[in-house]
Design a protein around this ligand. Structure first.
Ligand SMILES: [Zn+2]
Length: 66
């Protein structure tokens, strides 16, 4: 696992904004179904928005690579 490090304070704890893509089906009667499991695996990468839990530095995870 990559050891992300805050470039400002050296911390290793981040709040990461995770975006998920889901597929939803809408029906003519106003109902809808989510076709994907909206609670599946969370994915993040170097372009994910991250905020340091310690000093509130914000950027992308890629900027926090050692
Ligand atoms: Zn920090």
């Amino acid at each position: 696992m990559t050891d992300y490090t805050c470039p400002k304070c050296g911390g290793h704890t981040f709040d990461i904004t995770v975006t998920q893509q889901v597929t939803a089906a809408f029906y003519s009667n106003g109902e809808h179904d989510l076709l994907d499991d909206a609670h599946g695996d969370m994915e993040w990468g170097d372009t994910s928005e991250a905020v340091c839990s310690n000093c509130r530095w914000s950027g992308t995870l890629g900027e926090a690579l050692p």
